[in-house]
Design a protein. Structure first.
Length: 95
């Protein structure tokens, strides 16, 4: 079995916390490369803007939202908003 068959996220919606830098950004890149619709959540608007612009210019379906994940209500609202934007039938495609 090929890795692309084992890791088929094409068309899935994904939300990645800490997605504008470090390991979170690496997850965003891999998911986007495998055709997922990805939203990166991060506390830094500057990093989100930079990375969303870079990844969109490479042709990936990526969005960003400024969220402080230590604020539970803010995090839940952001995930719900992205589920609606990505037209997900369930609250989360994967955890």
């Amino acid at each position: 079995m090929k890795a692309t068959q084992m890791f088929n996220v094409s068309g899935y919606g994904a939300v990645v916390t800490g997605g504008a830098s470090g390991l979170g950004l690496a997850f965003v890149e891999v998911l986007a490369e495998h055709e997922a619709r990805v939203t990166m959540l991060d506390i830094s608007a500057e990093r989100i803007d930079r990375e969303v612009s870079r990844l969109r210019s490479a042709g990936y379906d990526v969005r960003g939202a400024v969220v402080d994940v230590t604020r539970r209500k803010e995090l839940i609202a952001a995930i719900d908003d992205e589920a609606i934007a990505h037209r997900c039938d369930e609250r989360a495609d994967a955890a």
